[in-house]
Structures are given as structure tokens and as C-alpha cells.
Design a protein. Structure first.
Length: 269
């Protein structure tokens, strides 16, 4: 794994509204959510919260609200499903798509705008890696969760298998945008939970694969990444075009796949 360049595609999620291509980031996240391993991981994270009709639940880093919609169906009309995200653009889309049982707020993960013990459960997915103060964010999640309530954090890591056949001089900067070392926080989640005063930790993981050119291209945002690498002069247009086409052919042939590990950490308030 390589370190992310200063303007890495992945790093745009730290402040999506100020990124040079926010629409590409939103498209990538929604495509990623459709991958079977990620989709299955989401379902597992809902199960870990042990929600019942009438419960209240908060999704921290909700993006465009897909998980809040799923949680809303679980808690039903007598419950409450809320989402917060730093991106006003994402929250605007979430509000357009949400139902009367959901509410959305623009807020940082480390400064949640809710009273103590507001929710029965709280979750976050692939958000702590972008938070300014991830331990503080977990402390905030604990603060707004009632005593005895469940708090779950989900993170995932993906790796491309079979890239040896592609030009390594282009592969390296592409992976620097997609899989930088700092994008993997799962190793530190147990320590962060403990530092936030959370106990009764349960760690589980699941691994799966995704394949197919369109799935990999859209889920990783390869089109936007290719444009950035050419625009900043990291890769020449011919070299990028050759790599992109070779990757497409390799994915279509089944020679390149994504291996995805989803990690869940659960604790009680």
C-alpha cells in the first residue's frame, strides 16, 4: 500500500463539499454500497445493533442516506432514524430521498448536535478514517446513546488481485488514490473504543470478492482517478489510456478482482 498523494481521490471524503469533484465521490460511494460484500456488511451492522420497532438510531457519516433509509424500515413509523454528515451536498440529497421517519443534519462526527442519551443505538461506517478526531467522534457517539445502548463501527478494506499484468508505474499512483495506508483504521478501532470509555467489545469480520469492469471501475472511482493523475502530470495521457484499457480487459476476463474485508466492532454504552 502506498501513501495517499496530497490531493488523493480518497482524501476528498474528508471535506467532500470542497473537493474538486464531489459528484464523482458521491457516485463512487453509492456504487461501493452496491458491492455484495459491502452490502452484506451493511446488513450485518444493522443486525448487530439489535434494533426493535419504535427504537431511535443514529447513523454518523450517513452520506446520501441509504443506511438511514434501511434503519428507518427496521424501527418503523413509531421509531426514529437520524443521520448526520459533514457534507451539506450529501445531506441535501439524503433529505430529498428520505421518508417522514428520517431526519438529517449537517454536522461533524466529533460535535454531534444532540442531547445526551438521545438514541437507543448508534452506528458509523467508513467514517472514522476521515474524522478529524476519531476518538472524540466515538465519545460523542457514546454520549448521545442511552445507557445500555449499542454502538457499532464498520470499516472495510479492499485490494485488487491480479494487477501484476498491468504497468506498475501507473498502477502505483492509482493505488495511492484508492488504497492509501491511512484509509485503514480497523486495526485501531478496539483501542479507540477503549479510549472512548466503551466496554464489552465484540470484533467480527467477513471477506468477499467483487468482479466485473463496471463494478470495479465505479466502486473505486477509476475514471475520476485517471483524470486526476493526467491533470496533475503524474501519468501521461497515453500511459493512462493504455493502463485503463488493459485494466478493463483484465476485469472483463476475470483476471482482476477485488477482495474486500469488512470489520465490525460493537460495544455497549
Amino acid at each position: 500500500m502506498s501513501q495517499a498523494p496530497e490531493h488523493a481521490f480518497w482524501a476528498g471524503f474528508r471535506d467532500l463539499d470542497r473537493d474538486q469533484a464531489p459528484e464523482a465521490l458521491i457516485t463512487q460511494q453509492e456504487a461501493l454500497a452496491a458491492w455484495p460484500p459491502i452490502r452484506d456488511g451493511k446488513r450485518r451492522s444493522y443486525e448487530l445493533l439489535d434494533l426493535r420497532p419504535g427504537d431511535s438510531v443514529l447513523d454518523v457519516g450517513c452520506g446520501t442516506g441509504g443506511d438511514v433509509a434501511a434503519l428507518s424500515r427496521i424501527v418503523g413509523p413509531a421509531g426514529r432514524a437520524a443521520g448526520v454528515d459533514k457534507s451539506a451536498r450529501s445531506i441535501s440529497l439524503a433529505r430529498e430521498r428520505g421518508d417522514e421517519n428520517s431526519d438529517f443534519t449537517v454536522a461533524d462526527a466529533d460535535e454531534l448536535p444532540f442531547d445526551d442519551a438521545t438514541f437507543d443505538a448508534c452506528r458509523t461506517e467508513r467514517t472514522l478514517q476521515h474524522a478529524r478526531r476519531p476518538r472524540r467522534a466515538l465519545m460523542e457517539m457514546a454520549r448521545v446513546t442511552r445507557p445500555g445502548g449499542r454502538i457499532a463501527a464498520t470499516d472495510s478494506r479492499a485490494g485488487l488481485v491480479g494487477l501484476e499484468q498491468l504497468n506498475p508505474e501507473v498502477t502505483a499512483p492509482v493505488l495511492g488514490h484508492v488504497f492509501p495506508d491511512e484509509a485503514w483504521i480497523a486495526h485501531f478501532l478496539p483501542l479507540l473504543f477503549q479510549q472512548a470509555g466503551l466496554a464489552g467489545l465484540e470484533l467480527t469480520s467477513q471477506t468477499g470478492r467483487a468482479s466485473g469492469w463496471e463494478t470495479i471501475r465505479d466502486g473505486l472511482g477509476l475514471e475520476a482517478i485517471a483524470q486526476r493523475l493526467v491533470a496533475d502530470g503524474t501519468v501521461t495521457p497515453p500511459a493512462m489510456a493504455d493502463w485503463y484499457e488493459a485494466c478493463r480487459q483484465a476485469c472483463d476476463a476475470g483476471n482482476v478482482e477485488l477482495e474486500i474485508t469488512v470489520v465490525h466492532l460493537l460495544a455497549r454504552r
